[in-house]
Design a protein. Structure first.
Length: 446
């Protein structure tokens, strides 16, 4: 009798675990995660009175079932590559090393190259932590992933933004993967294709390889905001297309009926109307601070869109103005020449948050009247109004127009909303049940 009584609970426990359910409602299944980035999604699009949000179906439905925020704070600078690298490292650009979209190139030797390469990231990424935990990883066009240790990867890279790029991208991807997805979807992935091709390829990759972690990057909304403007008819139609693609992902993944899969949608920055352009390098040139005919300037401003930094050219990729740079004089001249342009004082962190350490001794320009900054030395005047107005980002992260969204769906209880891009890494790792340490050095061997 005692043996039979003892046997029944053992059988019951075995049955519970074999069906994917443990005692007390805990799950024994292996968890998976998909992260989709929708580049350039302004938080105000998802506001209560937003025409855009009320016209969508799948994104609001997903948000209602998820931990949701439309007040997510971006990085400094509020640019695509720094922000996306912050998402997967959990730290700000001054620690992970992707300071801009493009490497600092004062002599124009790089011909417009971007920070494409994983080896430029100084700290471990979510892909590194996942591999250490023996998880299977996948990537569909996430920035700064060329050469990353990912099981199945098509990184973001382009040369000409034409179909010729597919040869390069195929060579940079996991061997055979580019052609495999082309055969499955009948379309190519690249800078010359859109979100439809990227989402179709991501779903084909998920179905074929069943990764534990997959990151997907979509580009169209950002592109249409730059070219046609926020809330324009073209951008609005593109947003509705993205909404339908999200709905397709939910259906194909059978998301509502799974207890193992979480779905995180996030973006990198918002958008702001631009009314004027300041040319701070013209101010330097016109005041003989850099030498009008000098090929290699001693220092110059690098534009970050809605902000700019003064960089020393005496050493490669320098991020600080040298002690000999007349910072106070330059600050005064630029502020006088460009209406509404302000200088961020040293250790002033009200607009930068915790990221001010990145440029602790540099000169940072920002605007109070919707102006952006250009690196050009060519204009004859240091400032001009825009006609017509357009939209851009790169403004300080304390600017509410730079806020973006996060939608984190997890089966069961909702986690706390993600309110800062730095939180993406740890929320993802916690769901996956893997050990991650933001800022941990990669210790690349020389």
């Amino acid at each position: 009798m005692m043996n039979k009584l003892f046997y029944i609970p053992i059988v019951l426990v075995s049955l519970l675990f074999s069906t994917g359910k443990a005692l007390y409602g805990e799950e024994s299944v292996k968890r998976k995660l998909i992260i989709l980035s929708i580049d350039g999604f302004p938080g105000y699009y998802a506001g209560e009175d937003s025409r855009e949000w009320s016209s969508l179906h799948y994104l609001p439905e997903l948000a209602g079932k998820s931990a949701f925020s439309n007040k997510v704070r971006s990085t400094f600078p509020t640019l695509t590559y720094p922000a996306h690298t912050t998402m997967i490292t959990g730290v700000d650009p001054f620690l992970h090393g992707i300071f801009y979209n493009n490497p600092y190139d004062p002599e124009s030797k790089l011909k417009g190259d971007w920070f494409w390469y994983d080896s430029d990231i100084r700290v471990k990424t979510i892909f590194d932590f996942a591999k250490e935990a023996n998880l299977k990883t996948a990537n569909l066009y996430w920035p700064v992933t060329v050469g990353a240790n990912i099981d199945f990867s098509i990184p973001q890279f382009w040369s000409s933004k034409t179909e010729d790029d597919r040869k390069i991208l195929s060579a940079l991807s996991t061997p055979g993967l580019y052609k495999f997805l082309k055969k499955k979807t009948k379309s190519y992935v690249g800078e010359f294709t859109g979100d439809i091709e990227k989402i179709e390829s991501a779903l084909a990759l998920w179905e074929a390889k069943s990764p534990d972690l997959m990151l997907v990057y979509s580009t169209d909304l950002d592109t249409f905001h730059h070219t046609h403007g926020v809330s324009s008819g073209r951008a609005f139609e593109k947003l509705k297309t993205i909404d339908k693609l999200v709905g397709k992902m939910i259906a194909k993944l059978d998301l509502w009926n799974r207890n193992d899969l979480a779905f995180l949608i996030v973006s990198d920055h918002g958008f702001k109307r631009v009314d004027g352009i300041c040319y701070p390098n013209v101010v330097l040139s016109q005041n003989n601070l850099v030498g009008k005919n000098q090929k290699k300037k001693p220092y110059q401003f690098k534009s970050l869109g809605g902000s700019a930094v003064l960089l020393d050219n005496s050493e490669e990729n320098s991020r600080k103005a040298s002690r000999s740079t007349p910072v106070d004089k330059i600050s005064s001249l630029v502020s006088s020449a460009c209406p509404g342009v302000k200088v961020l004082k040293e250790k002033s962190d009200t607009l930068l948050g915790e990221t001010h350490a990145f440029f602790e001794t540099s000169l940072i320009l920002y605007s109070e009247n919707n102006s952006v900054f250009s690196e050009s030395f060519r204009p004859t005047k240091p400032y001009r109004a825009t006609n017509p107005v357009y939209y851009n980002h790169g403004f300080l992260p304390g600017d509410s127009d730079m806020e973006t969204i996060s939608i984190f769906y997890t089966p069961g209880a909702k986690p706390e909303p993600i309110e800062n891009l730095n939180q993406v890494l740890m929320r993802s790792c916690n769901w996956l049940g893997i050990s991650c340490k933001p800022g941990e050095s990669r210790n690349f061997e020389e």
